[in-house]
Design a protein around this ligand. Structure first.
Ligand code: PHE
Length: 460
């Protein structure tokens, strides 16, 4: 099978790893992971999450890279090309289409939260956290949520930052951005960790994150852990497939994926442990604080510790970098498609898609103020509905389709061609896991997670 079109390929060896890790490490790791861990029992949740990463995340990430790299095209054209080659129904191209759509939807609400981090980085630099208490911190956050103009401004800026990188192109934009931002992000994270060990309640935090209680395991927790394993590894929507198209053929898929998954998990765990170490060190605040953990609880901790001004700024700048290297990957599949299919310049393509996503995001901006009473899905507001549809339905569904397509439809020769650098056991283990275990695990968890909600709604 010959590649559709000779794509750009990232020349520098580490670029794919940095880009994929950049996509993976984001608000999911630093904002979401710590608070869903706090809400779902700490250690038990971490265990279910690690299980999902190993059994579902890693095999599906390998499949996405393989598909993108084999076809050397954006997810829509890659799936179309691979279908043709495998003699499979065109219906499988739904993987690419649904992925582009999921990317637009996720970006629409993701950039609203990412926008908050811009406001908070400025607030930290401005010394606004100094002496915050639980109440004044809540008031600061509520003030932001009530100010739809301010939120709109930051949402727009984050989308503009995303467009700017994508418009610069695959090497000058994407590759340079991740080569610059990812090392900086790791340095900032290490500074935070060092400070948390020195000044925070590190041991209490470790106990909270890793002590395991059997009664904390639940289907709901499993579903959240699974949804999160897709979200955090950026799987099921073609971001990794799009990046895979730029990965050199000589690089081992298996090793790369394991490195990305380990880095992503490490960042989530380190960020979680550091955040809880700061929280436990501050009297009067508690860890199970939900989505407000990063924006209400943590600023109180920063405002009341020795080097809080510096550490608070380091923290929020790090979150901005993490979110930015993720938002670019949300839009890349669509931008690459418009560019490769219609020859649209990347500048035009990224402005067009960025604007669509910005527009869809307006509802999320208003979910926190003017529209907070409006319900869209089963009692969920607009923001939560978008998150639910994209994260809990589209990503796992996309993931199952990718696993089934690669596991059952692609011919061995295609797969072997790309996995020739792997040891034989990788292939022997990976294919059956992808054929049976990953899809069944996703479907069981999806069913058990969604069925009770549906039943509750139907019975009502
Ligand atoms: N992985 C990112 C995070 O954890 C979010 C993301 C999802 C990015 C899907 C791209 C695709 O924040």
């Amino acid at each position: 099978m010959k590649p559709l079109k000779q794509h750009t390929i990232w020349g520098l060896r580490g670029s794919f790893i940095l880009a994929a890790t950049g996509s993976a490490v984001g608000l999911g790791n630093i904002w979401k992971f710590p608070y869903i861990t706090g809400e779902n029992g700490g250690g038990a949740f971490v265990l279910m999450y690690l299980f999902c990463i190993a059994l579902i995340g890693i095999p599906i990430m390998m499949a996405e890279i393989l598909m993108g790299r084999r076809a050397r095209a954006n997810p829509i054209m890659a799936t179309a090309e691979l279908c043709e080659h495998a003699g499979a129904s065109k219906g499988w191209t739904a993987i690419g289409w649904m992925g582009v759509l999921a990317g637009l939807l996720i970006l629409s609400f993701y950039s609203v939260i990412a926008g908050w981090t811009l406001e908070y980085a400025l607030a930290a630099l401005d010394g606004k956290f100094a002496g915050l208490t639980g109440e004044t911190s809540q008031a600061l956050f509520d003030g932001l949520l009530a100010d739809s103009d301010l939120m709109l401004q930051w949402h727009s800026l984050f989308i503009a930052m995303t467009i700017a990188v994508l418009a610069l192109g695959v090497t000058r934009g994407l590759e340079s951005a991740v080569r610059l931002m990812m090392p900086l992000l790791f340095v900032l994270l290490l500074i935070l960790l060092g400070y948390a060990i020195k000044e925070g309640e590190f041991a209490t935090s470790l106990r909270f994150m890793f002590s395991f209680k059997l009664e904390d395991l639940s289907w709901e927790g499993a579903q959240i852990a699974m949804g999160h394993s897709f979200f955090t590894l950026s799987l099921g929507m073609g971001a990794i497939m799009a990046y895979g198209a730029y990965m050199p053929s000589s690089q081992s898929v298996g090793k790369t994926v394991v490195i990305v998954a380990i880095l992503d998990t490490l960042v989530a765990l380190v960020a979680g442990v550091a955040i809880f170490a700061f929280v436990f060190a501050t009297p009067g605040i508690s860890p199970g604080a939900g989505p407000g953990l990063m924006f209400v609880t943590l600023p109180v901790a920063f405002g009341n510790m020795g080097a809080g001004l510096v550490i608070g700024s380091v923290f929020f700048v790090m979150v901005i970098l993490a979110a930015w290297t993720s938002t670019i990957s949300l839009l890349e599949p669509g931008v690459a498609y418009l560019n490769e299919r219609f020859g649209l310049h990347r500048i035009v393509a990224s402005i067009l898609l960025g604007t669509i996503s910005w527009f869809i995001g307006l509802g999320s901006v208003y979910s926190f103020n003017d529209w907070s009473e409006l319900q869209f899905l089963w009692g969920k507001n607009y923001f939560d509905s978008m998150d639910f549809i994209a994260t809990n339905i589209m990503l796992p569904l996309g993931g199952v389709l990718i696993a089934l397509f690669t596991g059952w439809k692609l011919r061995d020769e295609i797969i072997l061609h790309d996995l020739k650098f792997e040891s034989a056991w990788v292939f022997r283990l990976w294919r059956p896991v992808l054929k049976f275990i990953s899809p069944i695990a996703v479907l069981v968890i999806l069913y058990n997670g969604i069925f009770p909600v549906l039943r509750a709604v139907l019975v009502e």
